[in-house]
Design a protein around this ligand. Structure first.
Ligand code: OGA
Ligand code: MN
Length: 303
């Protein structure tokens, strides 16, 4: 895509990757080194404006990625809501976004972890099923398949801006309920133990949020939504489906084609993303995610 690179005063080069949002950010150097205050401010400003930033050419270990992430807030604990079996990664704060077991082998076709992780193919916002959901996610590519496995993004402030006024008026004060059970049920994955079901109790979230830094309104959508407060479920799910289809129309999507060493950061408060298919029975795909927590439940945040 032809786009104009903008060189900022702090020597960052910001190149939009899509007409509506998203940018490549270059000039921060090796992220294994701490950022100075000016660099942090510049990256934060780029994130607030573009919602998704791509920083190429990195080679952080899991611990280094954690250290990078904590410069921007408190990292969330990796979810233990659903038992995903023995962990491959030693660092417990890094999310293992791969199709590999602890032995480094590709999962068996019927592996429970595989069934569970296929949920990433649905449009979602990370950890929207937690009372305090995610702020930024930072995903670094270690191994990528030769074909497929792109990650698609949309900016839900853009979706809000384009929504018909009558729909805006209808949904502005709605409260939704999010659970991992709801997203997995969409793929027919229902093998949750009673303990897991208890841990996955639906949590309330605002459907429309105010992006704190820009003041723009954003739809807060996710595959984890399974209810709207005060509405019959089929009516609620039909409305959520309409909103997700509207928000993910082709012109709104940026599809990221990965290179090894890419670090992609997205703001979960005002984006959705999804994995796309690849031959996961044949090719390893190994990405690592560090996730920063939001400041609190969305119902406690101003709008
Ligand atoms: C994630 C995620 C998508 C992908 O890391 O949160 O949804 O393409 N990843 O792996
Ligand atoms: Mn995700």
């Amino acid at each position: 895509m032809s786009a104009q690179a903008i060189a900022t005063a702090d020597a960052l080069t910001i190149t939009p990757v899509h007409p509506l949002f998203g940018a490549r950010v270059e000039g921060l150097g090796d992220l294994r080194n701490p950022l100075n205050d000016q660099q942090k401010t510049a990256l934060k400003a780029a994130m607030d404006k573009y919602a998704v930033c791509i920083i190429p050419g990195q080679s952080m270990s899991d611990d280094e990625q954690e250290a990078f992430a904590t410069q921007f807030g408190k990292m969330e604990d990796t979810p233990t809501l659903v038992d995903q079996g023995r962990r491959r990664l030693e660092n417990k704060r890094i999310n293992d976004i791969s199709n590999l077991g602890p032995d480094g082998e590709i999962w068996a076709v019927d592996d429970r972890r595989r069934m569970y992780n296929l949920g990433n193919l649905l449009w979602h916002s990370d950890s929207s099923f937690k009372p305090t959901p995610a702020y930024w996610s930072m995903l670094q590519a270690k191994v990528i398949p030769p074909q497929g496995g792109e990650t698609e993004f949309i900016d839900t402030r853009v979706a809000w801006d384009h929504l018909p006024q009558d729909v805006k008026d209808e949904v502005i004060d709605m409260v939704t309920y999010h659970s991992l059970i709801y997203s997995r049920a969409q793929l027919g994955f229902e093998a949750f133990s009673p303990e897991e079901t208890a841990r996955c109790k639906p949590v309330p979230q605002r459907l429309v949020r105010k992006h704190a830094e820009t003041g723009r309104l954003a739809l807060y959508l996710s595959a984890h939504i399974g209810e709207i407060e005060g509405m019959p479920r089929p009516e609620a799910m039909a409305l959520i489906r309409y909103l997700i289809e509207f928000a993910t129309q082709r012109e709104f999507i940026y599809s990221h084609v990965w290179s090894v060493g890419d670090l992609v950061i997205w703001d979960n408060r005002n984006t959705m993303h999804r994995a796309t298919r690849f031959d996961d029975k044949k090719w390893p795909r190994d990405l690592r995610r560090a996730t920063i927590e939001d400041i609190g439940p969305t119902l406690e945040q101003p709008r």
